[in-house]
Design a protein around this ligand. Sequence first.
Ligand SMILES: CSC[C@H]1O[C@@H](n2cnc3c(O)ncnc32)[C@H](O)[C@@H]1O
Ligand SMILES: [Zn+2]
Length: 432
Amino acid sequence: MKEWLIENGIFVTMDEEHPVVRGYMHVVGDRIAYIGPEAPAGVSPDAEKVSGQGLVFMPGMINTHGHASMTLLRGYSDDQVLQVWLQEKMWPMEAKYEAQDVKTGAALAIVEMLKSGTTLFVDMYDRMEVVAEVVEQSGIRGTLMRGVIGLGPEEERRSKLQEAIRFVRDWHGKADGRITAMMAPHAPYTCPPAYIEQFVQAAHDLDVPLHTHMSETIAEVEQNVRDYGARPVEHLDRLGFFSRQALVAHAVHLTDEEIALLAERGVSVSHNPASNLKLASGVARVPDMLRAGVKVSLGTDGAASNNNLDLFDEMRLAALIHKGVSGDPTAVPAIEALRLATVYGARALWRDDLGVLKAGMKADFIALDMEQAHFYPHSDLVSHLVYAANGRDVRHVWIDGRQVVKGGVCTLLDEEKIRRDAQQSFERLING
Ligand SMILES: CSC[C@H]1O[C@@H](n2cnc3c(O)ncnc32)[C@H](O)[C@@H]1O
Ligand SMILES: [Zn+2]
């Protein structure tokens, strides 16, 4: 089994007992075997040694909501509200996507995510088998699902549901367990109630969690009340959506009662601050959700509404906007923002083996270059990681004990080719 020995590093562990460790980390296979101030015993002479000098290590970050292949639409339509952006801009372009575009867009996203320190991403899109192939090749972890818009005729709805089920059967647990799958009706406003119930039943039969967009805009909440006589949270609850493991994206417009219900049902929430600000959707009540015990985590959403996939930006935004909105500078402190991107991300995806650097945990970790002006003086590293750092500071990334970024370069992907292909795909989409 491959072994790594990181020497003389500084580790921001997210482990409450030992938040910062100066010293060594020993990795055996896909797990952390040791982390501590003393040199570990029992290291194989064949272990690959890495000098931690000038580097700060932390757990790989977890992006709990996005649409990777939308990188091709980055910069295509800015400064619109959600419904116009989605219906008049995104959907017509997405209708032109072929499998190769989905693949190239996902590869571009994975390069961007890996290089900026994301080691696990949640992805909802069409033609997910090609996304899964890129995940398999790249070394990243992916929680993937065929997102389904159920506005078409009955026959189309039936076949999309079957595709979503087939994807789970084909890919859940694949790529040495790096790929997991979910069932994902796109949103309560694009899927009729009986159709959502079929997804809940399928998730139950397949024993996988559910994911959807929920309460993203005021218009959505009002439409839900008009169409179904209930706000989205109550509506989904009545359909049994929260009777199983469920992750909802956005959850911007919530009442106190809805927050209490999400906490009671153990629902996970993906907070996507950049996307919510850019589409003028609003600001989610994250401090209230955290106080109530809701399992909040962080997502980027797609690159067409963000417009990058850098979770450092998302962490910083999460720490800043809730101070601004509440007038309370402690609303989301730096350490809480760092938890949102790491250990809370793992919790939101029901993973107790990710998000913390500790013996026994999966060896998913990243190293940032501290020898840069914006990391000086070397003082409170949690503060620097949240308020000063960005994804371009990431030098190395390991997932399952395998180095997938070395010196800022993806070891298993050809970035130059992917960038060329992405440009070609975009030009075909725009001219086609
Ligand atoms: C059916 S695959 C996923 C679908 O979701 C669309 N999408 C991207 N961002 C958002 C968002 O913020 N809210 C709702 N839907 C979104 C994407 O364009 C795909 O069509
Ligand atoms: Zn989304």
